[in-house]
Design a protein around this ligand. Structure first.
Ligand code: MRU
Length: 329
């Protein structure tokens, strides 16, 4: 099943806020519900956001094709629903470029992006599993952060697609999934996907990663990305940078897996990327119970920047870029 799709003139998504307890399909038939789903992380992960943005424009074109101002506003709201993953604005722009033709041309473009992301997942899984098979033979113990599986793409995945492909080839020993505070994409979503794939895994708190690496419990770290800058700086879920530092200290490979749609040559370095701050509420409570003194505020950057010099290799659907050997994005 696809995480996101166009079904009978509306967008359907698996509601990622309900997992792992319930597998619920949400039907989004207005632009506002698409924007809300993006903001609430009912649909999330860079490639899935790109497809959500493009399909959102297709929906807007169908609903508002004879209201130019309303259509333009809808496109802008979709484009800016979240700022960090380059895929969202790109998906919106790609579909919006066909608005002057017809609503069905916009939909065709969005569906083409969906299909390309599915094909990209297959290609990344193959290239990434080849690389990890070389970096830690014969069977890897991997650590991954956040959720990068089918839920974050359409089908397949980025880093988690590689993990599952390595498992399929018999080259995977076990996986540590970091829980990924504050919204628990690792504990809720990655654990759910690994369980369904039959992979041997354990969940660890985010702060445990570098220690587990230092103690020899991990052979390589594999993560996804929300944006990869021209110099190789990698923007991904908050906590990625700490794992990269831990990997470097322990002398372990740190591999980033992302489709070409996440590579952003127009942005020179991570310093230029807007990092979404999701506000205090997600941090000061847990499962609706307050965990901090009343009135305590929080900083809540949703992403961080891993400097290119900590990245061993970037695997896309088309190439393996060995940053550790001086190759360029
Ligand atoms: O805030 P999220 O859950 O959308 O963040 C997702 C990530 O950071 C993923 O690691 C990234 O999108 C790569 S997934 C294919």
């Amino acid at each position: 099943m696809r995480t996101i799709d166009w079904v009978d003139d509306a967008i359907e998504i698996i509601d990622q806020t309900a997992l792992p307890d319930r597998t619920t399909v949400l039907r989004l038939s207005t632009v506002e519900t698409v924007v809300d789903a993006i903001r609430s992380l009912a649909v999330r992960g860079a490639p899935a956001l790109g497809v959500a943005g493009a399909l959102g424009v297709a929906l807007a074109a169908r609903l508002h094709h004879d209201e130019p101002q309303r259509l333009a506003d809808a496109v802008e709201r979709l484009r800016t629903a979240r700022p960090t993953a380059v895929n969202l604005a790109r998906g919106v722009d790609r579909a919006a470029a066909r608005l002057a033709e017809s609503p069905s041309a916009v939909l065709a473009e969005a569906v083409a992006l969906r299909d390309e992301e599915e094909a990209a997942s297959v290609a990344m899984a193959r290239l990434g599993a080849d690389l990890l098979g070389q970096l830690c033979p014969p069977r890897c113990r991997l650590l991954t952060h956040c959720n990068t599986g089918a839920l974050a793409t359409v089908t397949g995945g980025t880093a988690l697609g590689v993990v599952v492909e390595l498992h399929r080839r018999g080259g995977l020993e076990s996986v540590i999934a970091s829980e990924t505070r504050p919204l628990l994409q690792g504990a809720r979503l990655t654990a759910w996907e690994l369980d369904r794939a039959g992979v041997d895994f354990r969940v660890a708190v985010d702060g445990a990663g570098p220690f587990l690496m230092a103690r020899g419990r991990v052979d390589a770290v594999v993560v996804g990305a929300d944006r990869i800058c021209a110099n190789g700086d990698t923007i991904n879920k908050i906590g990625t940078y700490a794992h990269a530092l831990g990997a470097r200290r322990a002398g372990l490979p740190f591999v980033v897996v992302a489709p070409e749609s996440t590579v952003d040559p127009a942005t020179a370095t991570g310093a230029q990327v807007e990092i979404e701050d999701r506000g205090s509420a997600e941090v000061v409570s847990f499962a609706a119970a307050r965990t901090t003194p009343a009135g305590a505020g929080a900083v809540n950057p949703a992403f961080d920047v891993t400097p290119a010099d900590l990245v061993t290799a970037v695997v896309t659907d088309r190439r393996v870029i060995r940053l550790d050997r001086g190759e360029q994005i």
